[in-house]
Structures are given as C-alpha cells and as structure tokens.
Design a protein. Structure first.
Lengths: 162, 254
C-alpha cells in the first residue's frame, strides 16, 4: 500500500478540479465561484465538499457529475461529493480573478457592497459606463439580472450579489 | 433525539417543503404565459428558487426520517391530504394582479419567518433559512415594486389588485397559527413562533398597501386547515398535473 503524501495529492486534486467549470458561465471554475469548499484524500478515497449557490440552481447537478467524471478520468474511482449548506454561499467568495473573467466574458461581476439594493456602481462590461438601467431583476438564469447600458445601448447580464 | 421529536421534525420540514413546492409549481405555470418576456423569466426564476428550497427541505426530512425515502418520493407520491402547505400557496394564479398580491403576502411572511428560522438550534434548518432569506429579499423587492405599480397605476390595474387582495386576505391568518407539534419543536428551539410574526406582517402589509393607494381589505373572514391536510379543491388538480408522470410510470428516471 502506497502511503500518499497528503499535501501533494490534494494539491494535485485541486489542480484537476480547476478544470471543472460552471456549465452556464464556462469561464468560471468551481474555485472562482467559491463553490469548492474542501478536498480530502484518504487511502485513495476522495471526498469533495461543495456548497450550492442558489437553492434551485440546476447547474449544481452538472458540476457534481463533472467533478466525479474528472476525478474518475484521472484514476480516482472512489469519490464522494458532498454538499454543505452552511455557511451559506455568498458572492463575496467569488475570486477577484473570477470577477475579471466575468467582465471579459460580458457579464458585470457582483458588487459586494450592494446586496439587495440596485447599485449605481454597476458598469457596462462593453464600454464601462455606469449609466446603466435595470431591465429585470431576473435574467437568463436565477443568478443574473438584466441591465441595459444607456450609453452604448447594449444589454448585459449582471451577476447578482447574494 | 427521541423518535417522536424526530417525526415532528420530519413533518415540520415536509410542511415547509410543501409550501415551497406548491407555490413553486403555481409560479411555473406562468412559463410562456408571462405578460412580457422579462416578466416570464422573472416569474419562472422565482419558481426555481422555491423548487430548490423544497428540495432542501424534503431531502432533510428524508434524512431525519431515515427510512430510505428520498425527496422525489415525498414530492410525487403523496396525495392531497398528506400535503401540509398553507392554502394560499395552492390557490390558482388568477391574473397577474392576483399572482403578485399573493406573492407579496408570502414574501413579507417569508422574510419574517426565515429571519427567525436562521436562529434555529437545528443547523440544517438554520442553513436553509440563511440561504432562503437572501433569495426572498429579491422576491420581496420585486413583488413590492409590482404592487406599488399596479395599485398606483391605471384604473384597471388598481381595481384588479384591490380585488385580488380582497380575495386573498383571509388566507393570511393560517400562516400565523401554530400546531401542538410545532409548539413542542418551538420549545426545543428548533421551530419558529409563527404567531409572533403576525404583528410585523400586518404592519408591513398595511404600509405597502397605503403607499400603493390601496384600501386595507376586510379582515372579517379567515380560512385555514392546510397544516392539517385539509385543502381547497384546487390542490387535487395541481397534484394531478404535477405528479402525473411519476404516477403513470412509477420509479421512472430521467
């Protein structure tokens, strides 16, 4: 029986899982989203802990399956993916890197200061103007709201602060 | 935890799941029927939040029960009299005014309820509540906005939303009535004292109605029974549609 170096192996696992992305927003990885809460490796058995974003988010099922598939392809056949509800996921856990990727992808990233209030600090991802108008609190997915830039007139999604 | 307390806890979770699932289903009926595209998306997104909530409550109930049932068994294999949702959630959507009036009444209630449930001694319930309240604050912002627009809108919108509240008002009382089993869970620090939520609910609703130029409806009638499995005639039709596939093809998986 090979005694694995615990630290090295979980580092490897973290790297493997850094390829698992949000199926709706494929520029964001699990880590960018702050969904991945823990990985442990004991005697070849991997336990991954994730936390759901929105209660009804349908992407979570896909991500869970992707985690299992990714690990299986790397040879880890004994994998348990566990969901924890507490502490409640918040957009504050989204990495700075993640926010930048969202912006580049055309989605305005969540502002941590303005949960629950429409914000005057949201900027158009195309032209950076803050002269934006809320069209709908709910957009193409539960996590996004629909805005329109009043300067360049392009509509854009805003990833809501939660 | 003794088995009686466990079964009370399970029933409590199922009731909360039922509230969520039934309202979630009603809202899903707006899919492709919304007055305009953005509103169609909004209504169905709110529906999705509720369905997700139901999943969390049902999954936990199944775990507490420990008899091998899952969330799907609880959702699809129970008939009307086993459902424990408040009646207000099962009422038909009616027109947009009725839907939003009902939504406002439920959203104000949910904000009060989940704020308390977040302090439950049961960590899972507290965790669900912590997530739910964040979503409900968006729901409330939306429904409050709509009621103000409809109330302080055209003559027609004002008339419709006034009528809607008149039809719904008596269904609120049930949300603040505790059962004996629930009382026991309250004493254990797990459940919420719903009767203590009524005052704030009423004050908040009155303030919003006033700002929307609406009259406070008559409170000389109330109707309840949901938590005891006594439902309106509407629930049967809802379940018939919602559960059809599982009942026709038991055990079928996607």
């Amino acid at each position: 029986m090979v005694v694995a170096d615990h630290n090295t192996d979980t580092a490897q696992l973290f790297e493997l899982l850094s390829t698992v992305v949000d199926p709706e927003i494929p520029v964001l990885t699990l880590q960018d989203l702050g969904i991945l809460r823990g990985i442990s490796l004991n005697d070849g058995e991997v336990k991954v802990t994730i936390t759901p974003t929105y209660a009804g988010c349908p992407a979570m099922e896909t991500m869970r399956a992707d985690i299992e598939t990714t690990l299986a392809e790397a040879g880890y056949t004994r994998v348990t993916v566990r969901q924890v509800l507490s502490p409640a996921w918040t957009t504050d856990w989204m990495s700075e890197n993640g926010r930048e990727k969202l912006r580049a992808y055309g989605i305005a990233p969540p502002l941590s200061t303005a949960c629950g209030q429409p914000s005057s600090q949201i900027e158009c991802p195309q032209c950076n103007s803050s002269d934006v108008k809320l069209i709908s609190e709910f957009g193409s997915t539960a996590c996004k709201a629909l805005y329109q830039c009043q300067l360049c007139r392009e509509p854009f999604d805003y990833f809501k602060c939660l | 935890m003794d088995s009686q307390k466990k079964s009370h806890l399970r029933d409590y979770c199922i009731a909360l799941g039922d509230d969520s699932l039934i309202l979630g289903h009603r809202l899903s009926e707006w899919c492709r029927n919304g007055p305009f595209l953005e509103e169609d998306l909004a209504l169905t997104n709110v529906s999705l939040d509720y369905i997700g909530r139901a999943r969390m409550f049902y999954s936990y109930a199944a775990e507490v029960e420990g008899r091998g049932r899952g969330e799907d068994d609880i959702a699809f294999l129970r008939d009307c009299r086993e459902y424990r949702n408040f009646l207000i959630n099962e009422l038909p959507n009616g027109d947009f005014a009725v839907t939003m009036a009902r939504q406002l009444m439920v959203d104000v209630y949910d904000m009060g309820f989940f704020a308390e449930l977040a302090h439950s001694r049961d960590p899972t319930l507290a965790a669900i509540a912590a997530k739910a309240i964040k979503e409900s604050s968006y729901h409330l912002r939306r429904s409050e906005d709509w009621i103000k627009r409809l109330g302080d809108g055209t003559d027609e919108s004002h008339e419709r939303v006034q009528y809607a509240f008149g039809q719904l008002w008596g269904y609120a009382a049930e949300m603040f009535e505790m059962s004996a089993d629930e009382q026991q869970l309250l004493e254990a620090g797990i459940a919420v004292d719903r009767s203590a939520l009524e005052e704030n609910w009423t004050a908040t609703m009155h303030a919003i109605l006033k700002e929307s130029t609406l009259d406070i409806p008559d409170d000389n009638w109330t109707i309840g029974g949901g938590r005891e499995g006594q439902h309106t005639e509407h629930l049967g039709f809802l379940l018939a549609e919602m559960q059809f596939l599982q009942r026709a093809y038991p055990g079928l998986q996607w």
